[in-house]
Ligand binder design. Structure first.
Ligand code: PDD
Length: 293
């Protein structure tokens, strides 16, 4: 549940007062993008990376938000103040759509102002590694621009729902026998002691958690490789985990009913989880909330 007040088009409102026109292109065409930015101990996590990705999404959609990085920082610092210090981990949700038009039309023929919606939400306290999940493999039915953090998430929503209807927690997408990512997270495997993750492309989102994990693998000299991963490699992996801003690292225990390493928690994941925790701890202690790093 968003913490009140939320930010909508320059105003701070309670969530039930925040109204959007049905002619908003986000509502009519899913014409917009979003960001999910963690806050640790009231410090915005990897702000410059998230703003860079936001800019990439906006540019890819040809939307000029009218907000500068300074404006975002100012807005986020208001949201950060709302978050609960005791709660420790929270996140910012930011959504920008192309705006409201006077009549539904695929092509915008008038000058419209983007809709900007933003709020903070508290989640759990800093916790242990999330429980391991079971996943199913599914052919990737999503569009060809997974690199844009677009609000049009129907492909992911349908895939996840199908996975859950079949008794799994989530799905992992493949395309032409190559593993892509999960419905709302990136993916890592361990093969022969080497951590592997698929390279960035138009098929998947450049996750900020993925980016930080790659930096940590490098820093702690854990062997890793960014390379295509086949469906067969996934099935033979000794460890698999997912990564995202909200869930951080999520161990995968089972694929299509097949246990990975007898369902035991992997040694490499244990190590990277410790590195991650340490990183988050020092980040939240040392960074000032509005600093662009
Ligand atoms: N999802 N891939 C997809 C398709 C995602 O939706 C996400 C994030 C990621 C991981 O990106 P990051 O590490 O920057 O969170 C990868 C967010 C959390 C969501 O939609 O709620």
């Amino acid at each position: 549940m968003p913490i009140n007040p939320v930010f909508l088009n320059g105003k701070w409102l309670s969530i039930d007062q925040a109204m959007i026109s049905p002619l908003d292109r986000g509502f009519l065409f899913a014409d917009g993008c979003y960001e999910v930015i963690p806050i640790y101990n009231q410090k915005v996590f990897r702000l410059s990376d998230h703003l860079q990705r936001l800019e990439y999404s906006l540019q890819s959609l040809g939307i000029d938000s009218g907000y500068s990085n300074k404006d975002w920082v100012e807005l986020f610092s208001h949201l950060v103040k709302q978050t609960d210090d005791k709660n420790y981990k929270s996140y910012i949700y930011l959504q920008i759509t192309r705006g409201v038009e006077s009549k539904r039309d695929h092509i915008v023929k008038e000058a419209i102002v983007p809709t900007v919606f933003c709020y903070a939400e508290n989640t759990a306290t800093l916790n242990d590694l999330p429980e391991a999940i079971s996943v199913t493999l599914q052919e990737d039915i999503r569009w060809h621009r997974g690199d844009i953090k677009a609000i049009s998430l129907l492909g992911s929503v349908l895939a996840r729902r199908q996975a859950m209807d079949e008794g799994y927690d989530d799905c992992i997408f493949y395309r032409d026998n190559e593993i892509v990512e999960s419905s709302s997270s990136n993916l890592f495997i361990v093969e022969g002691g080497v951590v592997k993750t698929p390279p960035l492309s138009n098929w998947l989102l450049g996750g900020i958690t993925r980016l930080v994990l790659l930096e940590l693998l490098e820093k702690y000299r854990i062997p890793f490789s960014v390379e295509p991963i086949s469906v067969e490699q996934l099935h033979h992996a000794s460890e698999i985990w997912l990564s995202s801003s909200i869930k951080e690292l999520i161990p995968v225990r089972q694929i299509d009913g097949q246990l990975i390493s007898n369902g035991e928690m992997g040694e490499v994941l244990k190590k990277i989880w410790d590195c991650w925790r340490q990183y988050i701890h020092s980040y939240s202690e040392n960074q000032i909330e509005s600093k662009l790093t």
